[in-house]
Write a protein that binds this ligand. Structure first.
Ligand SMILES: *Cc1c(COP(=O)(O)O)cnc(C)c1O
Length: 236
């Protein structure tokens, strides 16, 4: 058996195990399994892995760095593979043009200047970008996210943008917090955003270590890397 076949079998098994675990967590929470979307975060793994995942039926892939994401999106497109790309990392204004060219979702909108730049880029391409506002739940914005105090104004700004569709909120549980406390606070942030845009009901929360808790707290998008792909080695 070739290494490629081994890797495909491994990814298929991991994907199926994670799908089952998501379905079980949904049942446990009294939710429908199709109320949670799995985004597999392929950062630090090669385009070949991303291609296998798409061939195995995974439709949503996430990346956190533009350079890596742009390359993978192009490689997959060249093979006729067109997953929905989710940009989940901190975003610089000078990368918005590139990101808007391949990402159908951006999870990390956290300041007005970014809103304006991404909106201008999407408008230039003539398409719209599904936009989530990243919230810093503990108020420390050094790893991205808007403070809860500034969330309503930013939501207004995204809702008013020509080519951005306000779809909801995203967060990473702060280090040292009980995940449940983080995800319950994010659910409150979701209500704030739905006061601005009632259809913006997506909640992007839950990573490999805490997604079951996130599902119990109402998340609609889990972002899983290690659980599907294995432990990350820095890419050469
Ligand atoms: C890497 C990453 C993930 C996935 O993390 P895992 O622990 O590998 O599941 C999710 N969200 C963001 C923003 C990430 O950067």
């Amino acid at each position: 058996m070739s290494t490629d076949t081994d890797r495909r079998d491994q990814l298929r098994a991991n994907l199926s195990r994670v799908q089952d675990a998501i379905a079980a967590a949904c049942r446990e929470a009294g939710r429908s399994p199709d109320s949670v979307r799995l985004i597999v975060v392929t950062k630090n793994f090669p385009a070949a892995d991303a291609a296998v995942l798409v061939e195995e039926g995974q439709t949503d892939l996430g990346e956190n760095r533009d350079q890596e994401a742009a390359g993978k999106a192009a490689e997959l497109a060249a093979q006729g593979l067109t997953p929905s790309w989710h940009f989940v990392g901190q975003l610089q204004r000078n990368k918005t043009r590139s990101v808007a060219s391949y990402a159908s979702w951006v999870h990390s909108i956290d300041r007005t200047r970014l809103v304006d730049a991404l909106d201008a880029a999407a408008t230039a391409y003539g398409h719209s970008v599904n936009s989530l506002i990243q919230v810093s739940l503990d108020g420390d914005t050094s790893r991205g996210g808007v403070t809860i105090a500034d969330l309503p104004a930013l939501a207004d700004r995204v809702a008013g943008a020509q080519s951005l569709r306000l779809r909801g909120v995203m967060a990473v549980a702060p280090i040292g917090w009980e995940p449940r406390k983080a995800f319950e606070l994010l659910a409150e942030c979701s209500r704030t955003v739905r006061n601005v845009e009632p259809a913006a009901s997506e909640i992007s929360a839950g990573m490999s270590g805490d997604y079951v808790t996130a599902i119990g707290c109402g998340t609609t998008m889990v972002r899983l890397g290690r659980n599907v792909l294995g432990e990350r080695e820095p890419m050469a």
